[in-house]
Design a protein. Structure first.
Lengths: 193, 193
DNA sequence: GTCTATAGAAAGATAGAC
DNA sequence: GTCTATCTTTCTATAGAC
């Protein structure tokens, strides 16, 4: 790849990472193109050399957010079977995930926004969701079957709902209960004890 | 109450209902005060006789959304015990709840937005969430105990996560799987079979 | 490809008539 | 209390220099 093409790709990636991070923290509508570009170390005007509109960027930002997310990193760690599942569940249903807005799960914190977007964005979300399920199942080896697939989907729904609700709550005792209740049920559902 | 006070209250309620409906469907940031007032049958200027700002309204809109929601209506239906639980779960984890943006659960579709708001809004959400759990438990009579409370919280998290994710997905086969998987697990968790 | 400057539209909030 | 009119800010997107 020529130098200029490489540099363009580098800028493009920076923009997508910046957008993914800001959309996760503040929501699509609350982030301006100015915010995205300054956060990426550039200025407003350069944006349209990479994306035709803010909406068009959203599609790629969803995929970028998944790539940078904690679940994908856990999948890259080489863990397998129940060890992998425990690792994902413990990290996901933690106070840190509720409090630190910096590294949040895109499946949870982009869901409401994405549900209101056009088809292209929702298709990107669907792809990310399906791939995440599939990759988890592929690391379960002997445990992988249709029943396990159903359990993983249900467990993921519970984890997503738990962190979403918890982040909106002000009562920290209730947040702790939610995390503990859901962790316990997911453990039981996936037979992780 | 004098006529004028009654009329003011009536207008105020209309504004809150209009806002609750629009915030649920489009998200807080995508709805303008103009939208809210026109949807309530009034015009822009009158807004500030009722609320000091759009943010201040949000707090009351969260409570109004819960009052108008399907779960509260199920609680008002007089059902009790497992019959009530089945009724709530079946209505919640349905294609209708995923597709019809008109009457959505505020605990799910306001969560991401509320999590980014100031304390007053999040306190209103916390109050709504706690009350919903408490009211469900109070209708379970003999079934009500600490273990059941844990199960209800976990079940609610799964239901919230399921409809949130499902509404963002484009693959309708996957949506059906999510709804069915979660319904099955919630039934098992709450012993509704 | 990235910059500064700016056009054009939309939004939150206020002023004053009735 | 509700209306129309308007101030001010902010945003998306474009134009033109380098």
């Amino acid at each position: 790849m020529p130098i200029s093409k490489e540099q363009k790709q580098e800028s493009r990636t920076k923009i997508m990472q910046s957008a993914a991070s800001l959309f996760l923290q503040q929501g699509f509508a609350n982030v301006s193109i100015d915010d995205i570009m300054l956060n990426a170390g550039m200025t407003r005007g350069g944006f349209y050399a990479h994306f035709e509109s803010k909406e068009a960027l959203y599609e790629y930002a969803v995929i970028q957010a998944a790539r940078d997310g904690a679940v994908m990193h856990a999948l890259d760690s080489g863990r397998q079977g129940k060890d992998l599942l425990r690792h994902i569940v413990d990290a996901y249903l933690s106070i840190g995930h509720v409090q630190q807005k910096a590294s949040s799960c895109p499946l949870a914190f982009l869901a409401a926004d994405v549900g209101r977007e056009e088809k292209r964005v929702r298709t990107a979300y669907t792809h990310v969701f399906s791939q995440m399920i599939e990759q988890i199942l592929n690391r379960l080896e002997a445990l992988k079957d249709a029943v396990m697939a159903r359990k993983v989907r249900a467990a993921l729904a519970m984890m997503v709902g738990c962190v979403m609700v918890s982040r909106a709550l002000t009562d920290q005792v209730l947040v702790s209960k939610m995390l503990e209740d859901c962790r316990r049920q997911v453990y039981q559902l996936l037979a992780l004890d």
